[in-house]
Design a protein around this ligand. Structure first.
Ligand SMILES: [Zn+2]
Ligand SMILES: [Zn+2]
Length: 322
């Protein structure tokens, strides 16, 4: 028996046409963009000026997968390889990791947490050198990998539900759900902070994500129990190709069973990313960036000036200790 509320939701969403998005792009762009608005004024002006680049390049790491064979393992880790939670066999640093396992083995199970540490280190160095292009490129990449680390299915071998008969879950969780309801997310997370122990923060992202894997799988089972199989998927055009994709009905119900999981993961990724950018800059000695540049007057997207207003009021609220 399906509760009446769901019947209403099903009826409503079934009449809404699905927009075709590139998988994963929406969430990555949103995280890089929103993280800018957590920054203190000394960094905000610089990052805000380069917002279009940081948003566009939020998915550069994914694009590199096709051309760089070393890229793919940087986006995930199969934690099961390291025993049951709390994964005591996991070496916290890359140096310790290569002392315990062969590099080939590490690569085959994914190196996401160690790679985030490396990108963070490189970003700090780029700030020290005042290398603007590298600062921007590494900031965008750091955003990508931090975002990946917040997706539960990026830290498990069962990354697409393929081991539990739930094939296709990855895109449903990290792409379709944010695309469907992301515009309702509250992405104001408070201002960035200096992170005391960067490595611990990175592992926190990973371990938290692992803790949500059971929920992600169970919620999907509940959807399957709630609606007839014929309603699970619908044909959809991706470019010139016709594919079967999870139906709006299925997706909305899945989101309902997930609760606010993806909104919270996104908020967490945003705040941590802003904090890591900020911490790298502080560690580098707080170099002066191009603070005299003004945000571009032309080519602003709708809502940009509103973003700045929101950011300023956020700083104001923080300054007042609220
Ligand atoms: Zn990725
Ligand atoms: Zn993914």
């Amino acid at each position: 028996m399906i509760p009446r509320f769901f019947l209403f939701v099903l009826f409503f969403v079934a009449s809404v046409p699905f927009k075709a998005y590139s998988w994963g792009f929406y969430g990555h762009r949103m995280i890089n963009r929103a993280a800018i608005f957590t920054l203190p004024p000394e960094l905000f002006t610089f990052y805000r000026y380069h917002l279009p680049y940081l948003e566009e390049e939020a998915t550069a790491a994914d694009r590199r997968r096709g051309s760089d064979p070393l890229e793919a393992p940087r986006h995930f880790i199969d934690l099961e390889r390291y025993g049951p939670p709390p994964y005591v066999l996991l070496p916290p640093t890359w140096k310790e990791a290569v002392a315990c396992y062969s590099e080939e083995e590490l690569q085959s199970h994914g190196i996401l947490p160690w790679h985030i540490q490396l990108v963070y280190y490189r970003l700090t160095e780029a700030f020290r050198l005042g290398d603007r292009d590298r600062i921007l490129r590494l900031s965008a990449d750091l955003g990508h990998y931090i975002a990946d680390a917040h997706v539960p299915l990026h830290v498990t071998h069962n990354y697409n539900g393929q081991l539990t008969g739930q094939h296709g879950l990855h895109a449903l969780l990290e792409s379709r759900i944010p695309e469907l309801v992301g515009s309702d997310y509250d992405l104001l997370t408070g201002k960035a902070v200096v992170v005391e122990r960067v490595r611990d923060l990175i592992w926190d992202c990973i371990r938290e994500s692992a803790g949500f894997v059971p929920l992600v799988l169970e919620a999907d089972c509940r959807v399957r129990d709630s609606i007839p199989e014929d309603d699970w998927k619908v044909p959809e055009m991706r470019g010139q190709t016709r594919v079967m994709a999870y139906s709006p009905t299925y997706s909305m119900l899945y989101n309902r069973f997930l609760g606010n999981l993806m909104e919270e993961r996104m908020r967490s990724a945003i705040h941590r990313l802003g904090s890591l950018w900020f911490t790298a800059w502080v560690e580098a000695g707080q170099p002066v960036l191009e603070t005299d540049v003004k945000p571009p007057e032309q080519g602003l997207e709708a809502g940009d000036s509103k973003d700045i207003d929101r950011h300023l009021s956020q700083i104001h609220r923080c300054a007042e200790g609220k």
